[in-house]
Design a protein around this ligand. Structure first.
Ligand code: GDP
Length: 471
């Protein structure tokens, strides 16, 4: 279902679990997954068959672009710690006050919107690639544009590189904000050269990555940054269906005195309205109120709009899906089933994708790429390993090293592997305890090696389907 939903989202369709797809869409998605659909044509003899039963909860999936409307971009800030992500988010938030907009300052609900020349931009309020990838690991792709924040005095740092890899693994375009240009010793040119080496080439050097120079602290260059975000968004031609029942994702949720559980939802499709019955993860409720990022009660929320939902009977987790369902009986049933599943002791399932079962997964047509997160003791080992691994010939399986860095295996590595359905490989490194717990929870395989050729041989064998299952 994960993959299917992912492919559908790429076609700008945000399906509910019970939605029928029309033939055209089904064909497109099947083709992407390596299947062909054959249509069965029945010859009719004798009396006509009884009329087919109408399944009420299904709606035909819309495919025509004309039914879709433009939606605003959803932007996340990634980058090394202390390079100014939070300050930048605050500076942008304040442009709303500076613009004299009615209502003034936005509340912290997990995301906020600003207007620029009649257009809207939505910002995710939790910066950092950990939050970004944690959402993706739950199957929630909500970000359209990543703004990579790099401090001009500090330059590219390990987490800058990590952030680039996380954004790339998600297939989200990157726009660079060189921050702290007010600091003496700031060197924007050095940042550009460093990033160029990582494949983010500024337009002035002949590339196509947008770079903006800003000072979050002094509020310099913010307008230009917003314009560039809108420009990037235009290229992406973002659309969504505004009609119909809403589908959204949880950005954050909390218990509030007097309000009970509240969850900020980013609507991805359809329109969410007060009074509707919603299912959100294992919880449900009638939407008692919708509160926007200015703390105002609104009656409805459309795609790309974050809104706080009141009325759920529990706290859902970030990344979980919210859907509207009109039949209360059905809603209760689904929610109860999901809660039951939550309470049952979880069976140890083990990792889904492993080096050992890779080939079976390929044979079943599930995948053609082995995604690796590679961690090693030194930068030298990383370079040697990447060089060796990239030399492995394989016709059937492609190797994609989505992240390679020196250092221990961390939780962020696990989530990245999970989000890309990959494996984590370590060379002469340890796994920290948070990472070990995450690997178990998320079902991600970690393979540790201390001899280079063993590592390379195992990956080669896995890609050829020669690896024996571990006992
Ligand atoms: P984050 O960890 O990336 O969210 O970074 P913060 O936004 O918390 O910023 C880290 C520090 O850098 C804080 O002390 C900020 O005041 C400072 N800072 C952020 N932006 C700028 C800037 O443009 N110029 C200067 N001089 N300092 C900044």
């Amino acid at each position: 279902p994960f993959q299917l939903i992912h492919h559908l989202m790429e076609l700008n369709i945000f399906p509910t679990l019970t939605q029928l797809l029309d033939e055209d869409v089904a064909r497109k998605v099947s083709a992407r997954m390596g299947f062909e659909i054959l249509t069965e044509r029945k010859e009719r003899h004798g009396p006509p068959p009884p009329a087919p039963k109408v399944v009420e909860e299904t709606q035909p999936a819309p495919t025509k672009k004309s039914e879709l409307q433009p939606r605003s971009p959803v932007v996340a800030f990634l980058g090394h710690v202390d390079h100014g992500k939070t300050t930048l988010l605050d500076a942008i938030r304040h442009t709303r006050v500076a613009a004299g907009e009615a209502g003034g300052i936005t509340q912290h609900i997990g995301a906020y919107t600003i207007q620029r020349g009649g257009k809207t931009i939505t910002f995710i309020d939790t910066p950092g690639h950990e939050a970004f990838t944690a959402m993706r690991a739950r199957g929630a792709s909500i970000t359209d544009i990543v703004v990579l924040v790099v401090a001009a005095d500090d330059g590219v740092m390990p987490q800058t590189i990590e952030a680039i890899d996380h954004a790339r693994a998600a297939g989200v375009p990157i726009l660079v904000a060189i921050n702290k240009i007010d600091v003496p010793g700031a060197n924007p040119l050095r940042v550009k050269t460093q990033l160029q080496e990582r494949g983010l080439v500024p337009e002035e050097f002949g590339g196509d990555t947008i770079f903006c120079e800003v000072s979050a602290l002094k509020g310099k260059g913010i307008d230009h940054l917003l314009e560039m975000i809108l420009l990037q968004a235009e290229v992406l031609e973002l659309h969504a269906l505004f009609e119909g029942p809403a589908v959204g994702r949880v950005i954050e949720a909390q218990m509030e005195t007097g309000r009970g559980p509240t969850a900020t939802i980013l609507v991805q499709k359809g329109t969410l309205r007060t009074g509707e019955i919603v299912i959100c993860g294992p919880y449900w409720g009638k939407v008692r109120a919708l509160i926007n990022d200015l703390g105002k009660t609104v009656r409805e929320a459309t795609p790309s709009t974050p809104v706080k939902v009141l009325g759920l009977n529990g706290l859902p987790s970030p990344g979980e899906e919210l859907i509207v369902e009109s039949e209360e009986r059905k809603v209760r049933q689904i929610a109860e089933e999901r809660q039951g599943a939550l309470k049952r002791p979880k069976q140890e399932e083990g990792p889904k994708i492993t080096l050992e079962n890779l080939f079976e997964a390929i044979a079943e047509g599930q995948r053609k790429t082995l995604h690796l997160v590679l961690k090693a003791d030194t930068q030298g080992s990383i370079e040697a390993l990447v060089g060796q691994l990239q030399k492995i010939p394989s016709k059937k399986v492609e190797l994609s090293i989505i992240h390679a860095a020196a250092g221990p295996v961390t939780e962020s590595d696990i989530l990245l592997a999970k989000a890309s359905e990959g494996i984590v490989i370590g060379f002469n490194v340890k796994t920290d305890s948070a990472a070990a717990a995450a690997a178990k929870r998320e079902g991600v395989q970690i393979k540790l090696f201390s001899v280079i050729y063993e590592l390379v041989d195992q990956v080669r064998d896995a890609m050829a389907g020669l690896l024996e299952p571990e006992l």
